[in-house]
Design a binder for this molecule. Structure first.
Ligand code: ADP
Ligand code: MG
Length: 327
C-alpha cells in the first residue's frame, strides 16, 4: 500500500461542509460571516503520550479528543481538522482501527477531516482543528475576576490513577481500573459545555496538564489569585467513590496528586461570577455535563489550597511540563 493508496483508503471521505477536502494542495473552508476561526494543534508522540501497544481505535479517538477539548475551552464549535501522521509501517488493520476511532468522534461533533500529511517515521499524530465562535465571544484565559467562582466539569484524576496503575505504581480493582482507563484512553471533550458557557464564564481552559498548573495559567493571564478547596477537588475523582466503599484505599497523597496534578482529564476549568451560580448549573444540566465549584478568585496573586476547615495547606504539586524537572 503506497502513501496515496493509504490516504485514499483510510482518510478520504466525501466532503460535507468544507468547500474542498482531501486531495488538493489545500483544503478550502468557508467561515460563516460574523464568526471567528478558532485554531489549535496538539501532537501525540509514542512513548510520551501513549504506549506502543495502545489500542489504535482509542488512539484515533484521543488524538482528536484532545484537540476538540481546546475548541471547547474557547467556546468554539468544531468545523474541520487536518491530520499529520508519521508511521513506522503501513499496517492496514491498524490504520483502519485508528480511522474508526477518529471518525466516530469526528462524526459525533460534525468535524470533518479536510487534509493532512503522511510520512514514514516514528509513530506520531498531529491534529490541527478549526472551529468557529461568534466574533468577540471566545472564552479566554484572561477574564477571571476577583469574586468569581472556580468550577471544573465532570471528573478529575482518574486518568492519572489509571496511568499509575498501568505503570505498576499502584493497584486498582479490575472494574475501577477499567473505568479509569477509559478516562485516560478515551477522554470526553466538553464541546457542548464550552459553547453553552459563552457569555457566562469569564475565563476557561481545559485541564490537560493538571488542575493546579492549568489554573495557574488562568491566574497569570488574568492577573489574579485563587483559593482552591482540596476536598472539593478530590471529591471529583470517580474512582474514589468506588474505593471508599471497599477495603482498598490510598493515603491523601495519592488522591491529591491525582486530582490536583493528574493531567489528561480534558475537563473544562472555568470561572464565572458568584451571582451566576444558578445560571451555570442550568447550562451544565442542559448539556448533561455536571460542573462543581472548587474555589474562588481573589485579587491577591497566587494559588492557595485550603482544607475542609478553611486552613491553608502548603502544596508542592507541579503540573506536567515536557521540559521541566518532572517531564
Ligand atoms: P502536498 O505534497 O501537496 O502537501 P500530499 O501529497 O502530502 O500533498 O497530500 C495529498 C493530499 O492528501 C492533500 O490534500 C493532503 O491534505 C491529503 N492528506 C495527506 N495525508 C493525509 C492524512 N493523513 N489525512 C487526511 N488527508 C491527508
Ligand atoms: Mg502541495
Amino acid at each position: 500500500m503506497g502513501e496515496f493508496d493509504l490516504i485514499a483508503r483510510h482518510f478520504t471521505r466525501p466532503v460535507r461542509r468544507a468547500v474542498l477536502g482531501v486531495g488538493d494542495d489545500c483544503a478550502l473552508l468557508a467561515p460563516t460571516p460574523g464568526m471567528q476561526l478558532a485554531v489549535s494543534s496538539d501532537m501525540l508522540v509514542q512513548g510520551r503520550h501513549f504506549f506502543a501497544d495502545v489500542d489504535p481505535e482509542a488512539l484515533g479517538h484521543k488524538a482528536l479528543a484532545v484537540n476538540l477539548s481546546d475548541l471547547a475551552a474557547c467556546g468554539a464549535r468544531p468545523l474541520a481538522f487536518t491530520l499529520a501522521l508519521a508511521l513506522p509501517e503501513a499496517d492496514d488493520a491498524w490504520l483502519a482501527a485508528l480511522a474508526r476511532g477518529l471518525f466516530a468522534l469526528a462524526d459525533a461533533h460534525s468535524c470533518e477531516l479536510v487534509g493532512g500529511d503522511t510520512t514514514r517515521g516514528p509513530l506520531n499524530l498531529c491534529i490541527t482543528v478549526f472551529g468557529e465562535v461568534p466574533a468577540g465571544q471566545a472564552l479566554l484565559r484572561s477574564g477571571a475576576r476577583p469574586g468569581d467562582d472556580v468550577y471544573v466539569s465532570g471528573t478529575l484524576g482518574d486518568a492519572r490513577l489509571a496511568l499509575e496503575a498501568l505503570q505498576g505504581h499502584l493497584t486498582l480493582p479490575a472494574e475501577v481500573l477499567q473505568a479509569a482507563r477509559q478516562r485516560l484512553e478515551r477522554p470526553t471533550p466538553r464541546v457542548a459545555l464550552g459553547q453553552a458557557l459563552r457569555g457566562l464564564a469569564t475565563s476557561a481552559i481545559d485541564v490537560s496538564d493538571g488542575l493546579l498548573g492549568d489554573l495557574a495559567h488562568v491566574l497569570d493571564r488574568s492577573g489574579v489569585g485563587a483559593v482552591v478547596e482540596i476536598e472539593r477537588a478530590i471529591e471529583l475523582i470517580a474512582a474514589r467513590a468506588y474505593l471508599k466503599s471497599t477495603s482498598s484505599h490510598f493515603d491523601a497523597e495519592v488522591w491529591q496528586r491525582a486530582a490536583l496534578a493528574g493531567g489528561d482529564d480534558y475537563e473544562l476549568l472555568f470561572t464565572a461570577p458568584a451571582a451566576e451560580r444558578q445560571a451555570v448549573q442550568a447550562v451544565a444540566a442542559a448539556v448533561g455535563t455536571p460542573v462543581a465549584r472548587i474555589g474562588h478568585i481573589e485579587a491577591v496573586p497566587g494559588l492557595r489550597l485550603v482544607d475542609a476547615a478553611g486552613q491553608t495547606v502548603p502544596h508542592r504539586w507541579r503540573s506536567f511540563d515536557h521540559f521541566g524537572a518532572a517531564g
